[in-house]
Design a protein around this ligand. Sequence first.
Ligand code: FAD
Length: 479
Amino acid sequence: MPKKRATLLAELRGILGPSGLVEDAGEMAPFLGDWWGKRQGSALAVARPDTVERVAAVVACCARAGIPIVPQGGNTGLCGGATPRPEDADCLVVALGRLRRIRAVDPYNQTITADAGCTLAEVQAAAAQADRLFPLSLGSEGSCQIGGNISTNAGGTAVLRYGTMRDLVLGIEAVLPDGTLWHGLRGLRKDNTGYDLKQLFIGAEGTLGIVTGAVLKLFPRPTSHATAWVALDTLDQAPVLLALTRSLCGERITSFEVCSRSQLNVVYRNIPDTRDPLDGEGDWVALIELADMASDAELQGLLEQAMGRALEEGMAIDAALASSQAQAQAIWRIRHAVSGANVREGYSVSHDISVPIAAVGVFVREAREALREYTQDALTLVVGHAGDGNLHFILLFPHAVWQALIPETRETRAAGITAIVQRTALALGGSISAEHGIGVAHRDELQAAKPPAELAMMRAIKHALDPRGLMNPGKLLQP
Ligand SMILES: Cc1cc2nc3c(=O)[nH]c(=O)nc-3n(C[C@H](O)[C@H](O)[C@H](O)COP(=O)(O)OP(=O)(O)OC[C@H]3O[C@@H](n4cnc5c(N)ncnc54)[C@H](O)[C@@H]3O)c2cc1C
């Protein structure tokens, strides 16, 4: 081992203690691959600091030695941002999972202050214990961490009402690439004192520093919920149905999700104990949830009235309302089972695009048409947060078909599909990444999708905070 590396590792062992530095190849393995199992990298070691001061000391040590760092949260990211690249074998993965304290809950300011390594589910539970709601909600919430949610500006199923992570953060504490600890943990609702620096770290995907803590907004906890499963003929009905539900139910709508029938069938085939609430009616399904402080009966009545109008006016073909919490949970289980079911069924070439809400149907039609040459062997699946104009558009190939292709053909096929999907979204005024981020998966495509002036500003910010490019190199921006 070169002397420089040996000295660095000895120094890191000194900072982190015996349980804080993982050097054994077997123990490192889970930190070196991504959730999909598509990417595998290598690293010098994995640091698992248990205090903010240790994070700062580790980063300072790496900065002195010129060692790149890959910050990692729950490792549920879908764009390869938390996975070291194969060419970064001399990097250090800094995994935040041991930084896991709920620091404070302030019921008057309606805020919670948490370590970056708390899982989203832990923060939700701590808020509920104080009779408050932390509204971010993702299928991965048992594993993903607050630091990861901030760094990817996570979205999920309640954005319609509460916004993305960007809307939920009031303050951030972070270690900068040179090891400086920035104390930005302010919970102020109003603070007009110049550049809003915390926003730089939201969606930065670990390229500007390591988030170690955050002050997050809480909300009153709804006491009642109403959930509907609505069968549609076409996706064009979704924006119309959303507009009607909004005009009748107002801000009570928290979620408006859609699934294609092809996607639902993959779930039913692969996930035990899932069953279609309307026995397979509709080429498309919308899942609508209302939440409020009113009584269950009042909310249920409101949703029934809205769905009645939708059926009368031909915006939907049938609707089933959950009549118990168990039924509502069974409906949500179908929605949350999508990612796991797809992994079992085949190989996904997956996209996370957004378009103006009114254009979701046009997008799917145009993308399907443009992809005809690719879809003979594949299923076209669509699932997404249609209320935010965000669709996950997936071509799913049977494992055997995908494995039979030589690696170069797989790569060109996936790239060809992605180029068409992204071009279609951009032509409709959309985005190539709605909520999952860029990572390495979409880094090169970002160059074409963003105006040069925007890319230049992003590079200037990166250079100002990380002039040597040591923080998560090669992610988000080309090196
Ligand atoms: C089943 C499933 C469902 C999902 N559903 C959704 C969904 O509905 N909406 C959605 O938006 N996403 C979804 N995701 C994607 C993923 O869960 C989110 O992107 C999540 O926010 C990532 O958090 P993480 O802690 O796992 O981050 P990681 O995967 O560990 O990291 C993601 C990025 O953030 C950086 N990072 C992580 N922690 C820190 C830190 N403390 N400081 C600085 N940088 C850091 C990493 O370097 C990387 O670039 C889903 C994923 C799965 C597997």
